[in-house]
Design a protein around this ligand. Structure first.
Ligand code: DAT
Ligand code: MG
Length: 142
């Protein structure tokens, strides 16, 4: 299995709850290394572009309101099978359906404010990393 990189966001609800470190620990315990990270506040334009695939969904406006409501941490995670591994550690989109011990089960209550984002495929991971880290990401960690 190859080493992959994936893109992750600690969303405004989790930043406001002061649990960035707890969420980072979940990544680390799963063998995912944080190889780039920064805090920022998304503009409506950035959030809209990032979630353009959901533009026609009924929850789109609420999603953009939420994602721009406060600072987020954006990071690149690296590890074996990192894209799927991160989705596993995150849990299902709806925290009520997320497996026990996952980030969303433990740190979120509703689908609207579900603590984390993670890329869902190699193509989206590459595009999302480039979108948020146009300056580039360091070489592979040893
Ligand atoms: P994921 O974040 O697990 O990849 P997604 O890509 O389907 O899920 O949706 C992106 C985000 O949009 C999700 O994290 C929260 C919001 N969302 C999805 N489905 C929703 C719904 N039925 N009601 C409210 N918000 C929803
Ligand atoms: Mg998604």
């Amino acid at each position: 299995m190859a080493i992959e990189r994936t893109f992750s966001i600690v969303k405004p609800d989790a930043v406001a709850k002061n649990i960035i470190g707890k969420i980072y620990s979940r990544f680390e315990e799963a063998g995912l290394k944080i190889v780039a990270a920064k805090m920022l506040q998304l503009t409506r334009e950035q959030a809209g572009e990032f979630y353009a695939v959901h533009k026609e969904r009924p929850f789109y406006n609420d999603l953009i309101d939420f994602m721009t409501s406060g600072p987020v941490m954006v990071q690149v995670l690296e590890g074996e099978n990192a894209i799927a591994k991160n989705r596993e550690v995150m849990g299902a989109t709806n925290p009520q359906e997320a497996a026990p011990g996952t980030i969303r089960a433990d740190f979120a209550e509703t689908v609207d404010e579900n603590a984390v984002h993670g890329s869902d495929a190699p193509e989206t991971a590459a595009a999302e990393i480039a979108f948020f880290f146009p300056e580039g990401v360091c070489e592979r960690l040893r």
